[in-house]
Design a protein around this ligand. Structure first.
Ligand code: TA6
Length: 319
């Protein structure tokens, strides 16, 4: 069983507009040009895992009418997804993604989410500890809502690692820097490098070698790090070495929504089914993310779709 933690879930409102321009009025009359689905990074991982036949418990904070819709829609997706969210006063957020296949862009507008009180956090931590005793691994992924201390992820990682639960984390450099203050670290870490990050953990991120250095630095404390480099590549570092996984073809950058979450879900699937072979986990994750980019809408691939991708990337040892 897998526990996915999405402290700040979202209803994802995808809108497909060819040649999207600002300063224009767009009336979406054709409803095939838009879709709404439960989102937030950990929730997408739960959805992806359900497509691979892996059950998971999805937890985090939801609130209001939007939160109710999110939970109901998530339950409709698969019986393999058990929801165990803490309800808070405010409204769960809606995130907007404008997908332009002509210009190969995604313009995302992500909202902050509902205010979460200390009482909500304590309620969540009690549930989290209870659930940890029933799971093999936990995925902690995505932003945190207003009112939640940025050190919470450090606490979530520590509680899981102290109980011998395997931990996957995908988060922004700002949140990861808090986690890497110690004392416990995720087994698998995938920095969320969306947006511009000039530096991270004291590494200036300019050249390929800088990204290799970052991956190695993370792998000094975690068992494996996966660092995205120029969209079509991932640098994978373990204690044994560093590899570069590279897509043979260009990736349609307007199809990237959810691909990172499909990557994490692919690594979790491989870990659950085959154990902690870190390079193989990363390869399966890469194949899963590639498969997720074959459609413009947020889409989590099944096993058959993922296996087909093994012919579409190369793996070379870097160090
Ligand atoms: O990776 C896709 C996604 O999880 C979307 O579902 C969207 O809700 C967004 O990323 C959430 O990211 P955030 O960092 O705002 O938690």
């Amino acid at each position: 069983m897998v526990l996915t933690v999405t402290l700040n879930p979202a209803l994802d409102r995808e809108i497909f507009i060819e040649d999207f321009q600002v300063n224009r009025l767009y009336r979406i009359n054709d409803l095939s040009k838009t879709q709404m689905s439960p989102g937030g990074k950990g929730i997408n991982v739960s959805i992806a895992l359900s497509k691979l036949g892996v059950p998971s418990v999805a937890t985090g904070f939801v609130g209001g009418y939007m939160g109710k819709i999110l939970v109901e829609e998530l339950r409709k997706i698969s019986k393999l997804i058990t929801t165990n969210f803490v309800y808070v006063e405010g409204e769960t957020r809606e995130n907007i993604e404008i997908i332009d296949e002509k210009n190969k862009t995604i313009t995302a507008i992500n909202f902050p989410g509902p205010d979460v009180t200390d009482m909500d956090v304590n309620h969540f931590l009690r549930r989290y500890k209870m659930t940890l005793s029933k799971v093999d691994c936990v995925v902690i992924s995505g932003s945190i809502p207003p009112g939640v201390n940025e050190g919470i992820c450090n606490e979530l990682v520590r509680l899981a690692r102290e109980r011998g639960v395997f931990v996957f984390v995908e988060q922004t450099p700002r949140l990861l820097e808090r986690i890497y203050e110690g004392p416990e670290f995720p087994n698998v870490v995938k920095p969320d490098l969306r947006g511009n990050h000039a530096s991270f953990l004291g590494v200036d991120l300019k050249t390929f070698d800088d990204y290799v250095k970052l991956a190695e630095k993370l792998a000094e404390k975690s068992q494996v790090s996966v660092v995205s480099y120029e969209v079509k590549n991932d640098i994978v570092a373990t204690r044994e070495g560093v590899w570069l996984i590279r897509s043979k073809e260009e990736i349609d950058t307007s199809h990237l929504l959810g691909a990172g979450d499909a990557y994490v879900a692919g690594m979790v699937y491989y870990f659950i089914k085959h154990g902690a072979n870190f390079l193989e986990m990363a390869k399966f994750g890469f194949a899963s993310a590639l498969a997720a980019t074959r459609r413009k809408e947020k889409y989590m691939p099944d096993l058959e779709a993922i296996k087909k991708e093994y012919d579409h990337f190369t793996v070379e040892r870097v160090k």
